[in-house]
Design a protein. Sequence first.
Length: 556
Amino acid sequence: MSQGQTEAGREREAPRPVMLVGFQNQGNLGLGYLASVLRQHGHPVRVVDIEQDPETILQIALETGPVLVGFSLIFQFFVHRYAALLRMLRSRGVGCHFTMGGHCPTVSYTPLLGLIPELDSIVRFEGEVTLTELADAISAGTEWRGTRGIAYRGPDGIIATPARPLVEDLDQLPYPDRDYEPRAVLGRSMMPIVASRGCAKTCSFCSIHTFYRGAPGRIVRTRRPAEVVREMRVLHEERGITIFLFQDDDFPLVGPVWRRWAGEFVDELHRSGLPGKVIWKMNCRADSVERDLFVKLRDAGLYLVYMGLESGSEQSLSTLDKRVSVDQNLRAVSLLKDIGLMWEYGFMLLDPSSTFESVRDNLRFLRSILADGCLPVTFCRMLPYDGTPIRDELARAGRLLGDLSSPDYEFLDSRLSEFHEGLRSTVDLDAWIHGLEAVAQHLGCAWHEVAVIERLFPPLPGMRSYREELRRITRRSNDLLLDVVEDLSCVYSDGRESRWDPAVVEGGRRRVVCDLLDARDAFVFGHQDILLEALGIEMVASAADEPEATPPTAAP
Ligand code: B12
Ligand code: SF4
């Protein structure tokens, strides 16, 4: 399909809308791009958050009468929730075409079409062009089964049409639809954005590289730096966005070509005058962190670096095929601390090659990078997602357990399963790490606020002692959690008696949350006037400098 209007799109009159359903927390760029491309081709679009009550989603479907509903399944563990929603919509009279897209549907279209009989098709790989052609065909009442890049049930089984090439030039896509209220930190609004798509690495636990490698075309595509900065500028001026969250799989930094790209991006940012007014976050690998480059990025507004550190055990890093050493992980963390950049990390305490020794290596690693109380402890257990090399390896070895919504595996040492169970019954991991109200989330938010205040607000009196207070609370929380995990690892490896009562652990957690909220509220509300004034000053300044700009409106 060309980037312009398609044949079917031109002929349509008053087309019925396309409805897109997905997880909208922090804004969903996938759905945003799909919506903007569909609109560009003449399809009205209604984007619906899957977090809404199913009855509300049903009402929207009945009222809008879509020609097609597209479901975005980017989190595999939601599969049963999606299946139940599709069943309900179909049984309550929504008769239009149902399709689904995302990484998991792309790689596991056969089991998904089996599991969700209400699905008419699955869109594989990047969906912009395929979904538009599908919507064109269905709206025009023509045959849709020939559409490239889809899978559907044929008379003799599942049929997958040839994969559609990846979008060659990302700058040819319109900006993603962002028709929602941005989230804000202390009145500073945030939006997701991408500078590239794809990843050149091949970590064994990750489905991103298999997703992009399955379709023809260049795996990693970068946008033109000037175009990325233009999008940031538009969002800053028209929506008052001051915090940009780059959701690239791996921000382009390493090697001569991407190094040049990063240099041009920094130059463009300075030319645009955005540094000082906006800040941005990105995801990268630990082996990309290098002093000179990161100082330049920091000075151009980079304030937060997310790294998938994954493990503090050489053996696990090798199983995960991360191609980064423990030393590189440690160096990256210490360099970022040294140049005053906030960082966050992904970490897997357990993986299929785990031993009690690797668990202890991991705990030692976490204690060492977090010794100063700079961030909360966070970890998970590696899950063998569909489309990952490690999942296939576990299946070959007969160690794969669970199903699509909760894939799992057998450890080589069965005592590790008992350890994990014991850990879960002693520590409420949702309340500590994974849940929306978890102590790690609260601590992470407090530290994030500090980073935002330091970059986007005038200096606040007492910041140094607030930081110290936060460090003390974070250290206390980390020490408790790491002590429990370490002791339990000894309980299950050496048959030692457990000294932890779940109620005591929970009591410790609650005290951390209370102390944190008290300290945070005292500091932020104690400086409310300065924070509000800073937002007000910016409004006046931007109105004077840039008459057409819309100022941020949210207050702390
Ligand atoms: C941003 C992001 C988040 C954000 C926001 C998510 C959102 N609302 O969009 C936040 C921070 C909230 C988040 C949270 C989590 N995330 Co996350 N996240 C991402 C990330 C980095 C980028 C997503 C993105 O914007 N991509 C850019 C867009 C343009 O691409 P896209 O989403 O793939 O969409 C394209 C295609 O897939 C396709 N498509 C997608 N949907 C549809 C629908 C239709 C109808 C069609 C036709 C096509 C289609 O077309 C799109 C355009 O080309 C991805 C990694 C990744 N590369 O996808 C992980 C990722 C999706 N997250 C992941 C995970 C595990 C999580 C967490 C569980 C992490 C955690 N431990 O807490 C949580 C879960 C949250 C929850 N609900 O419980 C995993 C999911 C793995 C899986 N197989 O299930 C991913 C893939 C990262 C990874 N490899 O581990 N995440
Ligand atoms: S984990 Fe990160 S670096 Fe590894 S393949 Fe996935 S996106 Fe790339």
